[in-house]
Write a protein that binds this ligand. Structure first.
Ligand SMILES: [Fe+2]
Ligand SMILES: [Fe+2]
Length: 331
């Protein structure tokens, strides 16, 4: 980009996107002042309710000694916070790239404000991890590959669809889960502040995609929805299975459970029943995942698109439409 390009920067005039930039300032928080970093993170504090972690709600896990459960839960929290802290750095890179490639003034401004939010989130997660005083498990290969893919993109649509629209909607459910289940007040406070910022980021993704969807012909919209609804449904069906179980078994062994392997089949069976119940809640519309709410708000669940993709009767889509319309009719 050259000076001449910047001389011609155009504001789209989108009231929602322009408002996000103002809100980034009015809803601002101070990393040092608004978080009480003197709240202790004791070594025997599980930090979240045991039920937060995968397999943590199974009767077999619940029956383990408290000391063992605390070790396993802390390992799960540490692993997740490590993924989140690097995810924040990835998001910061994405936003920096967006500032350099977008030509719309209001879109660039949002990306610049978001980059600062992500820097602050990274610091907060890192500082909490340091306070835990323990090694964290490495991030998994799938997550690393996905982040590498994102870091190699330069097309703004591709970047925004992947980061703000998909990943931040996906992550919103993780943030809400930790905030809800956190028993350590420092962890809960950090998540409360971060979630507030993340809902603006996700909002930008939805508004940007919704604008594109409004302007593009049906064929484009169907193509876009095919790719992203596939990804969304796939990730919603991806529930704790054998890979996660192997991690849990390893954590139990670290905590001195000698017969940890022999518990695996029971843990898996019990978790599968929990997975089925969770999925049922999404199918009935009792809970609508953020990913599907974002898809609906961006226009991906329009009847003509669902028809073209033969998804009108998909149980998760029907659940999302039912759940959303009920939520709206109740105000
Ligand atoms: Fe963030
Ligand atoms: Fe974010």
């Amino acid at each position: 980009m050259r000076t001449r390009d910047l001389l011609k920067l155009r504001n789209t005039g989108h009231p929602g996107i322009n408002a996000l930039f103002a809100k980034a300032h009015s809803a601002d928080w101070d990393f040092e002042e608004d978080v009480d970093w003197t709240v202790p993170v004791e070594p025997d504090d599980p930090l979240v309710a045991h039920g937060w972690a995968a397999y943590g709600q199974t009767p077999t896990f619940q029956a383990l000694p408290e000391r063992v459960k605390t070790h396993a839960t802390r390992r799960a929290v540490g692993r997740m916070l490590n993924i989140l802290q690097v995810g924040e750095s990835v998001a910061q890179n994405v936003c920096a790239r967006l500032v350099l490639t977008l030509r719309e003034e209001d879109y660039r401004n949002h990306a610049a404000a978001q980059a600062m939010d992500e820097a602050r989130h990274h610091l907060a997660y890192r500082r909490f991890l340091d306070a835990m005083h323990e090694d964290v498990e490495d991030i998994d290969a799938g997550t690393e590959l996905m982040f590498d893919g994102l870091l190699s993109m330069d097309d703004p649509l591709e970047l925004i669809a992947t980061e703000q629209f998909f990943l931040e909607s996906f992550a919103m459910s993780i943030f809400e889960g930790i905030r809800r289940e956190a028993t350590n007040p420092l962890l809960r406070r950090i998540l409360e502040l971060i979630t507030r910022d993340e809902s603006r980021h996700m909002g930008f993704g939805v508004l940007y995609i919704a604008e594109r969807m409004r302007r593009e012909p049906l064929e484009w919209r169907v193509g876009f929805a095919r790719r992203w609804l596939g990804q969304i449904i796939g990730s919603l069906l991806d529930r704790p299975g054998p890979i996660m179980l192997a991690r849990v078994v390893r954590r139990l062994r670290e905590a001195g459970v000698t017969e940890a392997e022999s518990l695996a089949p029971r843990l898996l069976r019990e978790q599968q029943a929990i997975n089925a119940a969770d999925l049922e809640a999404a199918v009935t519309g009792a809970t609508v995942p953020h990913l599907l709410k974002s898809a609906r708000r961006a226009g991906l669940l329009a009847p003509e698109i669902l028809e073209a993709l033969d998804l009108s009767d998909h149980p998760l889509i029907r659940g999302a439409l039912r759940g959303s319309s009920e939520a709206e009719s109740h105000g």
